[in-house]
Design a protein around this ligand. Structure first.
Ligand code: BGC
Length: 247
């Protein structure tokens, strides 16, 4: 079965039909740049453009970079504050004229990695952490997602952790891999102190460059591996969530 997945990110809004048996895109994804400010209306227009590019009609799963409960977007750290308490399921569903499921972006990526990627078959406490514009977190206990954990906003060195250890912080402050890896290490140590996970899966675009920073991270007891689906994890996980919700 194929379902459409859309990933709303800080820099791009991308989507493609997904083959759910294989966890793979059936066609190259289509991407449009995230508008600034990323208001609900403008983002909905971009989602519509991505979906109509494929002439898709059927269920659509959509990720959002903030807390999502019951289809309502509750926080908006890196998008326009106009998203707070919006019924995103209704807004996007009406715009597309299709049934939609909306969930947190890191949760979507985590679901995909736990089924088709680095977390396949892993029991115990597992975290997928995405490093990008912000830091996203997805917590799994014996393969079951605990949604909306938002650990990117833990306090680290007196800062919101994602302001200090995201890849955006690396770029904005022009940090070396060594310097940034040190911050990521401190962040992982903090999460480990709180949850004692077995496994950290490191996702987001930077997972493609895992060899540049994972070897620099020391003193973490948990296993640390790069995500395998890399930048398509959100799209695949969104489609999986839409399939699980049903029309
Ligand atoms: C948001 C999270 C999101 C993460 C990655 C954070 O700022 O609060 O909900 O998962 O960024 O996009």
């Amino acid at each position: 079965m194929n379902v459409f997945g859309v990933d709303i990110g800080g820099s791009g809004i991308k989507g493609a039909p997904v083959n759910l048996e294989r966890g793979e895109l059936t066609e190259p994804r289509h991407k449009v740049l995230t508008p600034h400010p990323a208001t609900p209306d403008d983002v909905a227009g971009c989602v519509q453009e991505v979906v109509s590019h494929f002439g898709w009609s059927g269920p659509v799963g959509i990720t959002f970079p903030g807390v999502v409960t019951g289809g309502i977007t509750r926080t908006a750290a890196n998008v326009d504050k106009g998203w707070i308490d919006v019924d995103a399921r209704a807004l996007l569903g009406d715009r597309l004229g299709l049934p939609v499921t909306v969930l947190n972006d890191a949760d979507a990526a985590g679901v995909a990695e736990m089924t088709f990627g680095a977390g396949t078959g892993r029991k115990g406490t597992v975290f997928l952490l995405t490093f990008g514009t912000g830091i996203g977190s997805a917590l799994f206990i014996d393969g079951t997602l605990v949604p909306n954990t938002e650990l990117g906003h833990l306090e680290l060195n007196g800062h919101d952790a994602e302001k200090h250890a995201s890849t955006k912080a690396k770029e904005d402050e022009d940090l070396s891999w060594q310097h940034w890896a040190h911050r990521v290490q401190k962040y992982l140590a903090h999460v480990e102190m709180l949850f004692s996970p077995e496994l950290f899966i490191i996702g987001g675009g930077v997972s493609r460059k895992a060899d540049k920073f994972l070897p620099l991270i020391e003193g973490i007891r948990a296993e640390i591996v790069p995500a395998q689906l890399q930048n398509n994890a959100g799209i695949v996980g969104a489609a999986m969530a839409a399939a699980a919700t049903g029309p």
